[in-house]
Design a protein. Structure first.
Length: 185
């Protein structure tokens, strides 16, 4: 089993526990060590059945004594980016893929992404780092999704579309075809 720490003891953190538990039901994969959260009041608490280990400033300190991966359970795209930038020496970001998500093998998936149930990603797409793909999100073929992007529930990115970094695509919205910049792949 792989040790994992979740950054963010909030709503998305609870959902991430659910995703990891579903993954473990199919195949024991992850051992959740606990949460890191910068809300100092949470530091003495257990959250959703797991200990809050401290703030994000503890990341490197913990990494010196324990081997683990980290996933960002932070909904705000800019905050996810800031946390990654604040820890340039840490690069063990885990991608979490729910067992019902379908991702074509020819799609390039970045690090630190979260795929909720029934996400579908078609062929030859590029998915950046630290993105969130919520329930029933659909990415069609040959798409480019930038870093720190959030694709909300039931949103669709049509074929050959490009979504810039730090973008939030709202629930039930559609991004249609656009001229694609092949240099970004």
């Amino acid at each position: 089993m792989k040790n994992i720490v979740i950054i963010g003891a909030g709503d998305l953190g609870k959902e991430l526990v659910w995703l990891i538990e579903d993954i473990n039901k199919q195949k024991p994969t992850y051992l959740i060590l606990g949460f890191l959260d910068d809300d100092l009041q949470k530091e003495t608490y257990s959250f959703y059945g797991y200990k809050v280990l401290g703030g994000t400033d503890k990341l490197e300190e913990l990494n010196k004594t324990t081997t683990f991966s980290v996933v960002l359970a932070i909904q705000d795209e800019k905050v996810r980016k800031q946390i990654v930038e604040n820890h340039p020496d840490f690069d063990n970001w885990e991608t979490i893929i729910h067992p019902t998500a379908v991702i074509a093998s020819s799609t390039k998936v970045g690090k630190g992404n979260i795929f909720f149930p029934q996400v579908t990603v078609s062929v030859d797409s590029y998915l950046g780092n630290h993105c969130l793909f919520y329930i029933h999100a659909t990415i069609c073929n040959d798409c480019w999704i930038g870093n720190y992007t959030t694709i909300m529930a039931n949103a669709t990115v049509s074929e050959h579309a490009e979504v810039n970094s730090l973008t939030r695509l709202q629930a039930n919205s559609i991004i249609n075809y656009c001229a694609k910049n092949e240099k970004k792949k």
